[in-house]
Design a protein around this ligand. Structure first.
Ligand code: P6P
Length: 348
């Protein structure tokens, strides 16, 4: 991670620099696409910041495709992203947590070469209590933009992502993104209305001091998770005494893990046997960022980015974090599967 001398480097300037270094023949379409995300998230943050002051808090009285009551900000965030990205010709397909089906945009053959998959406002159930929420996005290249677009074009493994990131509406509004050449963080400067580079080439610490999981569900976790959490609590991983931090907002819990290291887990639970988090627009972008920052992400069995999705809203377990904690998880899983760690040795 290093800081620049230049006082102001915007997202667009940074992308141009990255492209000059790594993709000199770039057409500028990607930069134009990302400007759709920066514009939309500036509009969303303006509403989030005023959530308590305008009639924007609370539910919209509707239920989304997930069966969750839609918060009014959810609806607003989704519409803003659909609009800002929909007017960018280079985008051919949009898929959102809030929409059952992908939105197939009318484009001439060969245009609309990107697909954008997003969670417009993750953690929105926390809005009413002023907990940070975030927008998560994943950018894919369509297999063949000359063909009529179809929903299955977004069903690509996370390793196919050309870029991924999130915007966290916290004490400040930060955008974290990667286009495959490191992880870079921008902070929104409200006085000029621009995301300004705050740190580039972020590296996740090799080991952290926090683990992050909803312990209320732990009795239903598979044994490898229960053994692993017991090892974390007992200081048996890297001789470190861990503390627990759980915000209940994926973007916030991951942002802390990215900056401070450690591990975040959402295991299979009694109510979500395949995990609660969504593969395409939560786990995949988070996993790309984690790997680009030197960490790792798994579904408890395999690398998240290797999973080929079957459906847009497919769920997955997620374990994501620093090298040391992730190596310890894999070792713990191996020992449980080999019968070296028995349920009888679980204290609770
Ligand atoms: P639980 C928020 O609703 C969310 O989708 C993620 O942001 C968060 O990590 C998770 O659910 C929290 O779930 O079951 O712990 O409340």
């Amino acid at each position: 991670m290093h800081r620049r001398e230049d006082p102001i480097v915007t997202v667009q300037q940074h992308i141009k620099e990255q492209q000059n270094l790594h993709a000199p023949h770039a057409t500028g379409e990607f930069s134009w696409l990302l400007s759709g995300i920066t514009l939309a998230t500036k509009m969303i943050q303006a509403k989030v910041r005023r959530a308590g002051l305008t009639d924007i808090v609370g539910t919209a009285g509707m239920v989304n495709v997930q069966g969750e009551s839609q918060q009014k900000l959810d609806v607003y965030a989704n519409l803003v992203l659909l609009h800002c990205l929909g007017v960018r010709d280079c985008v051919g397909i949009l898929a959102s947590e809030e929409n059952e089906d992908a939105v197939l945009l009318k484009r001439s053959p060969g245009i609309g070469k990107y697909a954008v998959v997003f969670d417009p406002l993750d953690g929105s159930s926390n809005i009413d209590v002023n907990v940070s929420v975030g927008t998560i996005f994943s950018i894919l290249r369509r297999k063949d933009p000359h063909l009529e677009s179809g929903t299955d074009e977004v069903l690509q493994a996370g390793s196919e992502q050309v870029a991924a990131g999130y915007v966290l509406y916290g004490s400040s509004t930060v955008m974290v993104y990667t286009s495959g050449n490191g992880v870079h963080m921008f902070t929104l400067d409200p006085s000029i209305g621009a995301f300004v580079l705050s740190e580039e080439h972020l590296n996740m610490p090799h080991q952290g001091q926090y683990y992050s999981v909803n312990e209320a569900y732990r009795d239903a976790f598979p044994d490898e998770y229960r053994h692993y959490l017991q090892m974390l609590r007992r200081g048996e991983i890297g001789n470190k005494r861990y503390a627990s931090r759980y915000i209940g907002s994926l973007v916030s819990d991951f942002h802390r893990t990215l900056l401070k290291g450690g591990v975040f887990l959402y295991p299979p639970t009694a109510s979500h046997h395949h995990g609660k988090l969504r593969l395409l627009y939560e786990a995949n972008p988070i996993a790309m960022l984690a790997e680009q920052a030197g960490g790792a992400a798994t579904n408890g069995e395999t690398r998240i980015l290797d999973i080929v999705p079957n459906s847009v809203h497919q769920r997955t377990p997620l374990v994501v974090g620093s090298r040391v904690e992730m190596g310890a998880f894999e070792e713990c899983r191996r020992r449980v599967r080999a019968g070296e760690l028995l349920a009888s040795s679980l204290a609770d």
